[in-house]
Ligand binder design. Structure first.
Ligand code: ZN
Ligand code: ZN
Length: 358
C-alpha cells in the first residue's frame, strides 16, 4: 500500500500561501491521525514547509514510531510547548492553528508560548482535505461497508418475530466484530413498529412482531473508517400502506443517488430527493437532511441538507438516507454510503434495497 500521509501533508502545505502561514499546528486528534497515521489518544503535529513533527507522551512512543515512521517524533507531555519550541528553531514566523477546535485555555497557553511568532487561523482546512478521499481511504471504506453488508446478510438469515430490538442490535454488532470490525461505527439503531417513527430511536426492549416495519441503521468501523447503512424490513407480512411508504422512500433514495454528481450543489441534491417525498401524501414527513460525509468520523463534511452550502467534489464520500416517519404508525429509512465519481456515484454498501419480509 503506498504511503498516503506524506501526500496528505503535501496537500496541507499547498494551503499555506493562501493562509499566509509558514507552518501549522494540528491539535484535533482525528486530523493528526489523517496526516500521520498515529492513532493514540494524545498527540499533536507541527507541519512546516520542510518537515513534520509529531509529539506524544511516553505511553505512545513505540506506537508512534511504528505508525508514523516518516515524521520526526518528540516524546514530551507538554505537547504545545514542545512543538512551539521546534517551530521557533525552524524560524517559523506565522503559525496557523486549529481555531475551531482549540479551547480558550489552550489558546491562552499558545499565545504565551508563541511570543514573537504570529498566530493565524487554520480553520477547517484539514477537514476540507479529508472530505476528498484518496485511494487508500476509499479502500478502507469499501472494507468497512462490505463488513456491514455481511453482518446484515447474517441477520436476515436468523431474525424473527419474538426477538427484541436490543437482540437484533447485539447480533449485528457481534457479526461485524466477527468479520473484522473494530466495533460499531456508532450506536446501532433498531426501531421496530411505532418506534420507527423516531429517526434516532435506540435499540430497546420492544419485541419484533408480525406486521412491524423494522429500521436498522448501523455500520462497521474498520481501520478508523466508518460505514453507514440503513435497511428497513417487514416482519411476517407487509401491508399496503407499508409498501406504499417504502416505494416513496425508495424513489427518493434513487433520485438522491442519481443527483450525486461532481459539481452538484449539496443543497440541490437534498432538494431533488426531498421533492419526491413532498409530491406525495407524506409531504413534511422527511424530517432530516438527506445525508452527510463519512470517513474517519461518522459525520463529517460535506453535508447534504436544506441549509447546506458548497458543491460535491470528485471522491467525496457521502450517505444518501431519505426517510418517512409517521407518528403512531412507524417509518422507513433507506441509507447507503457512496463515493462521488466522475460519472455515476459508486455505491459502497451493497445490500439489496428491496423490501424484505422476514
Ligand atoms: Zn445511518
Ligand atoms: Zn447516516
Amino acid at each position: 500500500m503506498p504511503e498516503p500521509h506524506d501526500e496528505r501533508r503535501r496537500r496541507l502545505r499547498a494551503h499555506f500561501a493562501a493562509l499566509d502561514a509558514d507552518a501549522a499546528i494540528i491539535t484535533q486528534l482525528v486530523n493528526v491521525r489523517y496526516l500521520t497515521g498515529f492513532t493514540g489518544s494524545n498527540g499533536a503535529l507541527l507541519v512546516t514547509s520542510a518537515s513534520a513533527v509529531l509529539v506524544t507522551d511516553g505511553r505512545y512512543e513505540t506506537q508512534a514510531g511504528a505508525q508514523s515512521a516518516d515524521v520526526d517524533l518528540i516524546v514530551d507531555r507538554e505537547l504545545l510547548r514542545a512543538l512551539v519550541a521546534r517551530a521557533r528553531d525552524a524560524g517559523i514566523r506565522r503559525l496557523a492553528f486549529e481555531d475551531h477546535h482549540v479551547t480558550v485555555a489552550d489558546h491562552d497557553a499558545l499565545t504565551s508560548l508563541t511570543e514573537g511568532i504570529e498566530l493565524t487561523r487554520l480553520g477547517k482546512t484539514v477537514e476540507s482535505l479529508r472530505a476528498v478521499k484518496d485511494d487508500v481511504e476509499i479502500e478502507q471504506l469499501r472494507v468497512a461497508c462490505a463488513t456491514t453488508d455481511a453482518a446484515f446478510a447474517d441477520l436476515l438469515d436468523c431474525v424473527h418475530a419474538g426477538m427484541s430490538e436490543r437482540e437484533v442490535a447485539r447480533l449485528l454488532e457481534e457479526r461485524m466484530r466477527d468479520r473484522g470490525a473494530e466495533g460499531p461505527a456508532f450506536e446501532t439503531i433498531v426501531a421496530s413498529g411505532v418506534n420507527g417513527a423516531l429517526p434516532h430511536h435506540r435499540a430497546g426492549d420492544r419485541v419484533l412482531s408480525a406486521g412491524d416495519l423494522v429500521t436498522c441503521d448501523f455500520g462497521a468501523r474498520v481501520d478508523g473508517y466508518h460505514a453507514d447503512m440503513t435497511r428497513t424490513f417487514a416482519v411476517g407480512h407487509a401491508d399496503e400502506w407499508q409498501r406504499e411508504v417504502y416505494g416513496v422512500v425508495s424513489a427518493a433514495h434513487e433520485a438522491g443517488r442519481d443527483a450525486l454528481v461532481v459539481g452538484a450543489g449539496c443543497r440541490e441534491v437534498d432538494a431533488v430527493a426531498r421533492e419526491v417525498v413532498e409530491a406525495t401524501a407524506y409531504a413534511g414527513r422527511f424530517v432530516h437532511g438527506l445525508g452527510h460525509g463519512v470517513g474517519l468520523e461518522i459525520h463529517e463534511a460535506p453535508w447534504l441538507g436544506q441549509t447546506a452550502t458548497g458543491d460535491l467534489a470528485d471522491r467525496n464520500t457521502v450517505t444518501v438516507e431519505p426517510g418517512v416517519y409517521l407518528p403512531g404508525r412507524g417509518g422507513v429509512r433507506i441509507e447507503d454510503t457512496l463515493v462521488v465519481r466522475d460519472g455515476a456515484a459508486e455505491v459502497l454498501t451493497l445490500s439489496p434495497r428491496d423490501l424484505f419480509v422476514v
